[in-house]
Design a protein around this ligand. Structure first.
Ligand code: GLC
Length: 427
């Protein structure tokens, strides 16, 4: 069994729960063409301000969001309290650039936290350390004002240390005003331009852990080389081939993924992943010992759009019958080879192995090394027995399995689920 490197934050629940919802919500929901729109189009503050003056999510009901997430089988959520454009979703006392000052007129974080907690989901905050609105944030090559001819002059009055104090103050508000926070997802460092000194990362991390003992902190404060400087690795829109390692040691990891490419609501993007791809993604991640944080970008009216809801429902439909192969599960023990077109997960507490079949074979599925080691096998979707046994004698010479190969006898027709799973009760 692979065991990841121990963490300072409490990851014991995290590696059991496996599946969370990411929410990217802010002013960029209105232009609806990527949350980096201010950067990409180099929109000046005065012009971007039109979204601030029109931000009015009148259909916002976080109970519906929480219901959709819980229905999909998600166990925690992480929401953008502030993204790179600097707009704050909560009622920060340190800025006027916040939801309560838009037509929406209220703190959007508090009711969200309450609604998700009520559904039993754990609470995570994403917080951008980057800020393209704050007057002290030094204009660099990522900044929306990077192209201004007077950039040097602008920077003459900017004081990154003062910005860092603002950043710390806001994080303090978030970690003292909303009860227990389980995850803090900082985003992001890009040394040598901006890194640990620009955020005062060591102090920020210390404060984070002091205010919320046990909180899980991600790896984007530019403290990768510091012992205890992070708890989880966070590959983004990327599927690692195997359990993520750092210095040769497996670590707790979570990949964050989008439905269609951008994180904020994007009206015209056509690259939406199918339910099948998403379910396979979740399985693939758990089979390598990781978590999946899957993102929704709510609209400017305050809703999850139909494309997102359809996919969450599809995943929930699968999870309803197959979550046993996800929760509490991890990579299969060494020495069990994965059969063709399959992914394995394993629950060490129940000693059950889950065979996820991505391409339905014709009747026989061979698993090397498991002969005599399985007490019972069933399809997970309907608990129907899967017979195990030898290949009939007159075919054995052609089948070629070795004596230690377990052969499962599957129905000819693929069960009517996105990804069928065989549950093996190991002896
Ligand atoms: C990034 C992006 C971004 C998104 C995030 C999610 O680094 O800047 O827009 O919020 O990662 O991981």
């Amino acid at each position: 069994m692979v065991r990841p490197k121990p963490t300072v934050g409490d990851t014991s629940w995290f590696v059991r729960d496996r599946f969370g919802l990411f929410i990217h919500w802010g002013l960029y929901a209105l232009p609806a063409r990527h949350e980096w729109v201010k950067h990409v189009e180099q929109i000046p503050d005065e012009q971007y301000d039109v979204y601030f003056r029109h931000f009015d999510p009148d259909l916002y009901d976080p109970r519906l969001w929480a219901e959709a997430a819980a229905g999909a089988g998600m166990k925690y959520f992480v929401v953008t309290t502030k993204h790179h454009d600097g707009f704050c979703l909560w009622d920060s006392q340190l800025t006027d650039y916040k939801a309560p000052n838009t037509p929406c007129g209220k703190d959007l974080i508090r009711p969200m936290v309450e609604a998700f907690r009520e559904r039993g989901l754990r609470v995570g905050f994403y917080h951008s350390v980057i800020d393209w609105h704050h007057p002290d944030f030094v204009v660099d090559n990522l900044h929306s004002m990077r192209g201004r001819p007077d950039r040097e002059a602008l920077n003459a009055t900017r004081d990154q240390t003062r910005y860092a104090a603002y950043l710390h103050g806001q994080v303090r508000e978030l970690l003292t005003g909303y009860g227990k926070i389980d995850v803090l997802f900082y985003d992001f460092s890009y040394p040598p331009e901006k890194g640990r000194n620009d955020w005062n990362s060591l102090e920020l991390l210390k404060m984070t852990r002091e205010l919320q003992p046990g909180i899980i902190v991600n790896d984007r404060l530019d403290l990768q080389d510091v012992e205890g400087g992070w708890d989880i690795r966070t590959p983004e829109q990327f599927m690692p081939r195997e359990w993520v390692q750092v210095d040769g040691q497996p670590v707790v990891w979570e990949t964050c993924q989008t439905f269609s490419g951008s994180w904020g609501y994007h009206r015209d993007e056509a690259s939406w992943k199918s339910v099948e791809q998403l379910v396979q993604m979740l399985i693939g991640v758990v089979s390598r010992g990781g978590n999946l944080l899957l993102n929704v970008g709510p609209t400017g009216r305050g809703e999850f759009d139909d494309r997102a809801l359809e996919r969450l429902r599809g995943m929930g439909e699968w999870m309803k019958r197959h979550s046993r192969s996800i929760y509490g599960c991890t990579q299969a023990p060494d020495g069990i080879p994965c059969p063709q077109d399959c992914r394995l997960t394993y629950n060490p507490e129940t000693n059950r192995l889950y065979v996820h079949i991505f391409a339905w074979p014709f009747v026989q599925l061979h698993i090397d090394g498991l002969a005599g080691k399985v007490a019972y096998a069933q399809l997970l979707n309907d608990a129907s027995e899967v017979k195990m046994g030898e290949v009939p004698e007159h075919q054995a010479s052609m089948a070629g399995p070795s004596p230690d190969t377990l052969t499962l006898h599957l129905p000819v027709r693929k069960p009517d689920v996105v990804v069928p799973v065989v549950e093996l009760f190991l002896k």
